[in-house]
Design a protein around this ligand. Structure first.
Ligand SMILES: [Zn+2]
Ligand SMILES: [Zn+2]
Length: 225
């Protein structure tokens, strides 16, 4: 597992399974917050990183409930019996009670009863923002002190450019692109995502990103006519 310190309080932990899959360990004075939980094989490396930072793990918070973001929860909770939080709207899907919008089958990505609804207040130095579209209860976490936005699957990136989230896993692309305006609102120094590299000063690109989406949609409409 590759571990990169991306700001004073944040470590990004990444493995590659065709695409990069990342989670973040965020340090505050009292302890650590794990943002997302990746896939099961990341548990060992994450536990090692938590130990190396020499602070107790206090909680796991999720950007959303897709299975590549929840995989190591079980294993980590065998060592640290911490609460796990996600947006309220996400829990029915992750527990497999309903299929994610646009999917045929419900899929359980976490044992029912483990994930609690996040009260959307600042937690472990992170401010949660609801950014739906990729999934109905997708959250981006803003570390105000470091000015870093942990954006989960709100975007992908390519060579320092903001790109749309992966279409096949995105419930509502239009809404996802609109939710991306969070970078224009917060103007973070850095946006960090789960499946790709960081983008600096993402607010400078947001308008172009949205325009590319609008134009590509207009293009598609023309072809259909
Ligand atoms: Zn996802
Ligand atoms: Zn993902």
């Amino acid at each position: 597992m590759k571990i990169t310190q991306i700001s004073e309080h944040i470590w990004k932990c990444t493995i590659w399974i065709i695409i990069p899959i990342s989670v973040w360990v965020v340090k505050s004075e009292r302890g650590l917050t794990l943002v997302d939980a990746g896939i099961p094989w990341m548990a060992g490396g994450l536990l090692k990183q938590i130990k190396a930072l020499n602070l107790p793990l206090e909680r796991i918070v999720l950007t959303h409930g897709h299975s590549d973001h929840t995989g190591s929860i079980k294993k980590i909770r065998e060592t640290y019996r911490v609460p796990v939080y996600a947006h309220e709207a996400e829990i029915v899907y992750m527990e497999g009670q309903l299929p994610y919008p646009g999917r045929k089958k419900a899929q359980k990505s976490v044992e029912p009863g483990i994930v609690e609804p996040l009260d959307m207040q600042s937690i472990g130095g992170l401010v949660p923002y609801l950014t739906p579209g990729h999934s109905p209860g997708h959250i981006a976490y803003y570390h105000e002190q470091d000015q870093v936005l942990l954006a989960g699957d709100l975007f992908t990136t390519k060579r320092g450019q903001l790109k749309q989230p992966m279409a096949s896993f995105t419930a509502d692309m239009e809404q996802a692109v609109e939710s991306g305006a969070i970078v224009a609102q917060l103007k973070p120094k850095l946006v960090s995502i789960c499946h790709g590299g960081e983008v600096q000063l993402p607010h400078q690109q947001y308008e172009a990103y949205r325009r590319r989406w609008t134009e590509s949609r207009a293009g598609q409409a023309k072809i259909r006519r």
